[in-house]
Write a protein that binds this ligand. Structure first.
Ligand SMILES: Nc1ncnc2c1ncn2[C@@H]1O[C@H](COP(=O)(O)OP(=O)(O)OP(=O)(O)O)[C@@H](O)[C@H]1O
Ligand SMILES: [Mg+2]
Length: 340
């Protein structure tokens, strides 16, 4: 893999459209490179953009362009199945606990992939896709990944969790233990004298070791992903020429600084110069003022400015038109390694 381009910014500013347009253009400029477009937004809309049913499978769009709208739940299930099974078994083998029928049912229903916090689930599928080892086990080896990210707050967890994953997993497990502690205490008081305490210590120790190793693996994987994003990640923030989304990309710049290199800013949907419309002309002037401010604020970065197209940029042709509006006749190098 050579490059991971990540598009971020406020809701509705054109992240998905620009991700898709960039993917289409790069696939045409670089016919020998394999490109994968991924939606990391839970509210996937690549299917709408390409007018094609995509979903949770790598779908071929052209001969060197693929895309996927991953289902975070299914990744979380696959990814945590072993760990959850082991934790469940360990809990059931604890003295007393395993002997209490209510607790067993409680463990079975609580300790499931479904109850993992959403942020962790999202981060898991982010890692699953980006993990160099996993990608290499697939049939296709991608050269360029273009990631359409969710709005800023959720974007940060995607960067944060690979680094702090183990802490999150431990906190999650601790919450779980805390939630059953009360129940155990109550029931065990009643059962203490009835159930002969039994303890298969050796078995528990082995399970404990397995769980520890799995957590170590998780940590290594998290480090691998963080390093990868650090090395070949390229963040591009998308904004429209208005105050709220300008403020948002300033915040996003600060919040993402330690995870990924910010390489460019897209100012999207500027109203084209109107022929006869005073109102539109006024709006355009306001937008151009904001655009000037944005350029000043991000003067060390590449700025791509694009106007609002008359037609919604969908389908390969529509996205190609948007790409041309954004990048003009830039070379692939200028898009991949932008300079201010
Ligand atoms: N330059 C443009 N000209 C015309 N329409 C555009 C342009 N860029 C984006 N759009 C349209 O604006 C709408 C929002 O764009 P898009 O879905 O790409 O934004 P987003 O940032 O991904 O939104 P969300 O945060 O909801 O995922 C879409 O209807 C899209 O077709
Ligand atoms: Mg989107």
């Amino acid at each position: 893999m050579e490059k991971i381009i990540v598009l971020g910014g406020k809701g509705g500013v054109g992240k998905s459209s620009i991700s898709a347009a960039t993917a289409v253009l790069l696939s045409e400029l670089l016919p020998n490179k394999k490109i994968l477009l991924i939606s990391f937004d839970m509210a996937h809309n690549l299917s709408d953009l390409f007018k094609l049913e995509i979903g949770n499978k790598v779908t071929s769009l052209t001969k060197n362009l693929w895309c996927i709208e991953p289902d975070a739940n299914s990744y979380a299930k696959k990814y945590t199945k072993d760990l959850i099974e082991k934790m469940k078994t360990l809990t059931k083998q604890m003295p007393f606990v395993g002997r209490i029928p209510q607790i067993e049912k409680f463990i079975d229903t609580t300790f499931t992939a479904d109850s993992i916090p959403l942020a962790l689930k999202n981060a898991m599928f982010f890692q699953k896709i980006l993990d160099a080892e996993d990608i290499n086990t697939q049939d296709i080896q991608y050269d360029i990944i273009i990631a359409d990210f969710p709005p800023t707050a959720n974007m940060i967890t995607l960067f944060e969790i690979p680094e702090d994953q183990v802490k999150v997993v431990l906190k999650y497990s601790l919450n779980f233990y805390n939630s059953i502690k009360g129940a155990i205490r109550n029931v065990s008081k009643m059962w203490r004298n009835i159930v002969k305490p039994f303890d298969n210590y050796e078995e528990r120790r082995e399970l404990g070791k397995d769980i520890f190793n799995m957590i170590v693996e998780l940590e290594k994987r998290g480090e691998r992903i963080s390093d990868l994003i650090h090395d070949i990640g390229s963040l591009r923030l998308v904004t429209i020429a208005e105050k709220p989304s300008f403020e948002e990309i300033k915040r996003a710049r600060d919040l993402t600084k330690r995870y990924i290199k910010l390489e460019g800013v897209h100012i999207n949907m500027i109203i084209p110069e109107p022929k006869k419309c005073d109102f539109c002309h006024k709006i355009r002037s306001l937008q151009l003022n904001y655009a000037t401010e944005i350029k000043k604020e991000f003067k060390k970065l590449k700025i791509w400015q694009s106007e609002k197209l008359e037609e919604e940029p969908i389908g390969l042709d529509g996205l190609r038109t948007l790409a041309y509006e954004i990048y003009g006749d830039a070379t692939s190098d200028e898009i991949l390694k932008p300079k201010p």
